[in-house]
Design a protein around this ligand. Structure first.
Ligand SMILES: C[S@@+](CC[C@H](N)C(=O)[O-])C[C@H]1O[C@@H](n2cnc3c(N)ncnc32)[C@H](O)[C@@H]1O
Length: 289
């Protein structure tokens, strides 16, 4: 993957991926995104005050910002909290580029040393951290996580967007991810796509919206979540946009997964998403008049 370094509005850096044609983070702030879309929705400050041991699963580790923000928050509230971390990443070049550009130095001590060791050796053991980085397609490495019986208090789900990386948003993959979530744990993702939300629901999870950086994102859990979806969001889940991505063998290419979903949408009796949008725009206009 060809990686171009970019600055974001909060002063932190990210990469642009030529392969996925997307930046790794929101250009409004990479560091802020980690905090607002992953750490706050997973309630890590609260969990760190209640527990002396936490388990984290970071899916699509990239530059490691979600892990770094999580460790910074946890140890701020509970400096002796033991953390077990498993991170999944397919591309070692991202880890090397992060070190080469000194991007880990932006985090407070001891994170730069710990995360450099993790990126270089795929493994880091310290008094309060036990971390492993599994390199490979997350559709395969998630199976090792399940075999180890690793059950996470917080899961960060941070692939490139569904149209560019549907492999990591499929019903089948998210079903495996759900297996790794503790009964009281929380899974956070920046996506609020109807297809992703219906995959959570079909996997048996509850979900709701969270607001981070003035945008909707999603938090999912086995437990019922207190904030309900808005009527507009509920109806969005009844449209063709909510047809999930499917990848039955967990091996298909992005093109095949996108085509399969498009065909399912074409033959569906559900309302089209454009009709739903028009209906809500009309409602909005009527309320204003
Ligand atoms: C949006 S970026 C993640 C950003 C990251 N969480 C961070 O804080 O820097 C997506 C990451 O997913 C990785 N990736 C893409 N396809 C993957 C796959 N099939 N399995 C595992 N990782 C994958 C990319 O290499 C990239 O590092």
């Amino acid at each position: 993957m060809n990686l171009t370094l970019q600055t974001t509005s909060d002063g932190s850096y990210t990469f642009f991926s030529s392969e996925f044609q997307e930046p790794f983070h929101a250009l409004r702030g990479a560091r802020e995104e980690a905090q607002e879309k992953f750490i706050i929705p997973c309630a890590l400050a609260e969990k760190a005050q209640q527990q002396s041991h936490l388990k984290l699963l970071d899916i699509c580790y990239g530059l490691g910002y979600n892990t770094a923000a999580a460790l910074e928050t946890i140890w701020k509230w509970h400096p002796r909290c033991h953390v077990d971390l498993i991170a999944l990443e397919s591309d070692e070049k991202v880890l090397q580029a992060t070190i080469r550009h000194h991007l880990l130095r932006e985090w407070s001590s001891p994170l730069p040393d710990l995360l450099t060791t993790l990126a270089q050796h795929c493994d880091c053991h310290d008094s309060y951290l036990n971390a492993k980085l599994l390199i490979g397609d997350a559709r395969q490495t998630i199976q090792q996580v399940i075999q180890q019986g690793f059950i996470a208090d917080a899961i960060f789900l941070d692939p490139f967007s569904p149209p560019h990386c549907p492999q990591l948003w499929s019903l089948e993959f998210l079903g495996l991810v759900a297996h790794c979530l503790h009964p009281q744990g929380k899974l956070a993702t920046y996506s609020c796509a109807a297809a992703v939300r219906s995959a959570f629901s079909l996997a048996g999870l509850h979900y709701t919206s969270t607001m981070g950086m003035n945008r909707r994102s999603t938090v999912a859990s086995w437990e019922k979540l207190s904030l309900p979806l808005s009527p507009l969001e509920k109806e969005h889940q009844q449209t063709r946009a909510a047809i999930p991505y499917r990848d039955p063998s967990l091996q298909d290419s992005a093109e095949i997964i996108l085509q399969r979903r498009q065909q399912e949408q074409l033959s569906s009796n559900l309302e089209s998403t454009s009709q739903w949008r028009r209906r809500w725009q009309q409602k909005h206009l009527n309320q204003g008049s």
